[in-house]
Design a protein around this ligand. Structure first.
Ligand SMILES: Cc1ncc(COP(=O)(O)O)c(C=O)c1O
Length: 391
């Protein structure tokens, strides 16, 4: 091995779910009819007006380097959107456009913590958090989420774990993988604790436009308006069905953005120019699309939750946001991985074991309901049959 490998890449967590996806693809290629519930992306096409805006930019030759922090038009659209949705208008210097929400999480961690710092986050978690916190050599302080709390992180749990060694609290509401949503009271208490202990908060708000039953999104940024400690990460992948466009952003204290700007200039120079024009259109004229897909997701949520509650050995609570359900399978007596494998092999239904999202996910499965009601009903039918054979 050559000299000079500085970082410990063994701490980067592989994505175990990939193996289910790969196997499902293989079975489908062999002609099996596989119902897919594993993929965390909306199945809708990107709205036409967004595509047209990007096409127009291409035709007009908007194809060169643009500012590292984002094109002014998109930065302004983000200012307006944050003002509308979070109740404050960040300065331009507090915003950085990036190729997806993921780079925002990466840069947020890189600019706030280092080896030895403690990072508080939820278990079950979105893989990237666990992987990157490990990669940074930071100490993982995982807060277990419980079904009885509707998979919310309870402020008292943070109180018991926060200290002056806490570098960062990672929040994600609505949450992947459980669909749990933090209440206003939770968010306020957590923001105040972060202030008291002078720790940063990285709030991954990628699902903030995807809520049900009149539920509202609360951001810890209400307290400092992202001027001191709060970093909001958001993006276009989910609410506007733009996963492949790679477009997101962070809103953060100016000194954080300044560091992220330097780092990103070294890594990527800028986010793709014409893609950003699509983002402007999404934020300015895309609410109709968000409303439209949320109507579909509301029907799908009903179909999947009521369906899962009829599958022998399973029970499922209603998620309050995003498009994931996290059914309890403890009555089946099977481990999460065992049941996920059984469902794929026996029923031709691809879903993920809850344990792939952290130890606290054992005894659960994760299904993404970014699928039509017909597909959901078909998948549920296959799951019922398969469970009836073993229970
Ligand atoms: C919680 C969470 N954050 C971030 C992302 C990544 O978003 P993007 O595709 O914009 O990088 C995802 C995607 O699944 C997610 O679930």
């Amino acid at each position: 091995m050559a000299n000079g490998i500085a970082a410990d890449f063994s701490m980067l967590r592989g994505e175990p779910p990939i193996k289910y996806l790969t196997k499902a693809n293989m079975l489908a290629a062999q002609g099996r009819d596989i119902t897919r519930f594993e993929i965390g992306q909306p199945d809708f096409d990107t709205p036409d007006n967004v595509k047209e805006a990007a096409k127009k930019a291409l035709d007009e030759g908007f194809t060169h380097y643009v500012p590292t922090m984002g094109i002014p038009e998109l930065v302004e659209a983000i200012q307006d959107d944050i003002a509308k949705s979070r109740g404050f208008r960040p300065d331009k210097e507090q915003i950085m456009v990036l190729p997806g929400a993921k780079p925002g999480i990466f840069l947020g961690l890189m600019t706030t913590i280092a080896m030895g710092y403690e990072v508080i986050y939820q278990n079950p978690f979105y893989f990237q958090y666990d992987s990157l916190v490990g990669y940074m050599g930071a100490k993982k302080v995982q807060i277990p989420l419980y079904e009885k709390d509707e998979f919310r992180m309870i402020p008292e749990q943070i109180q018991d774990n926060i200290s002056d060694k806490t570098g960062l609290i990672l929040l994600n509401s609505p949450q992947n993988p459980t669909g749990g949503v933090l209440s206003k009271k939770d968010v306020h208490a957590i923001a105040e604790m972060a202030e008291e202990h002078d720790s940063y908060i990285l709030s991954d708000e990628i699902y903030s436009k995807m809520l049900y039953d009149g539920e509202k999104h609360y951001s810890p940024s209400y307290l400092d308006e992202c001027k001191e400690r709060t970093i909001i990460v958001d993006g276009f992948s989910k609410a506007y069905s733009m996963t492949g466009w790679r477009l997101g952003y962070m809103v953060a204290p100016k000194e954080i953005i300044h560091k992220a700007d330097h780092l990103f200039a070294d890594i990527g120079s800028c986010t793709t120019s014409f893609v950003q024009k699509g983002g402007v259109e999404a934020l300015k004229n895309g609410q109709y699309f968000v409303d439209h897909i949320m109507e579909h997701f509301t029907r799908r949520r009903e179909a999947i939750v009521s369906g899962l509650n009829e599958v022998p050995g399973m029970s499922c609570i209603y998620p309050k946001g995003a498009f994931y359900v996290f059914p309890n399978i403890k009555e089946t007596g099977m481990k999460s991985e065992e049941l996920a494998n059984y469902m794929l092999d026996e029923a031709g239904v691809c879903l993920l074991p809850g344990s792939a999202f952290g130890s606290q996910g054992e005894g659960y499965l994760r299904l993404s309901y970014a699928r039509s009601v017909e597909e959901i009903e078909k998948g549920i039918g296959k799951m019922k049959e398969a469970m009836a054979k073993v229970l």
